[in-house]
Design a binder for this molecule. Sequence first.
Ligand code: ADP
Ligand code: MG
Length: 239
Amino acid sequence: MEKTGTGIEGLDLMLNGGLPKNRVVLVSGSSGAGKTTLGMQFIYTGIVKYNEPGVYMTLEEDKQQIKEDMLGQGINLDGVSDRFRFIGGHIATIQRFKRKTKADVKDLIGEVEEVVHEINAKRVVLDPVNLFLMLFDSDNERREALALLTERLKKLDCTSLLLCEVKEQSMDISREGFEEFVADGVITLYNMRQGQSFLQGIAVRKMRGIEHHREIRPYEITDKGVVVYPTQPWLPSED
Ligand SMILES: Nc1ncnc2c1ncn2[C@@H]1O[C@H](COP(=O)(O)OP(=O)(O)O)[C@@H](O)[C@H]1O
Ligand SMILES: [Mg+2]
């Protein structure tokens, strides 16, 4: 199984080398857990270290603002603009576009495919998959859309992350309860209150095709992005 680095050293150690290439991995965590930061590190490191161009699709935040925020973590997206594409827009705009043009899921995925081909991207991030699913009206349509999306991403020969927002203090893997079934892997970010502080932990819950560590390990968001401590215990031992 060919692997590729996530951009986070400690996480690569937990994965015994990195993510399996050309797979789709769900990364879930509550708001502020660091999903966007991790997704951007994945894309940026792909470009500067692995020669893998990347596409980042956001459905919630202001692109300019994300770019500015990322500068604080050593990620200069304007400096790699030939191998990077930032697509998407606010969900309401896409919702309107979809209604007006009667675009279906294939058209929406087609937009992503076009950009991937344009720069020969090898990495894709969708931030967050929850909002993508909101574009569809029924559970059935949502499941189908997600299955089609993951299938097409794999055909593109891209390693992809679907970022998934779960409720605060949740131990759930996903929001809808079915996202994990189509993904080849699941990485979860936990945020547990301990006394007066929050302890952040990361775990690889599932990763088809590779052996990986199973413990929850602590992580922090720093000025170098998400940093994982792959050999430290997450919660202090109780004795
Ligand atoms: N330089 C930094 N040092 C420490 N924490 C930071 C830094 N920059 C951002 N953060 C933290 O990262 C959080 C944002 O993470 P983000 O990736 O946007 O999370 P999510 O996408 O899961 O909502 C902020 O709420 C802030 O607490
Ligand atoms: Mg985010």
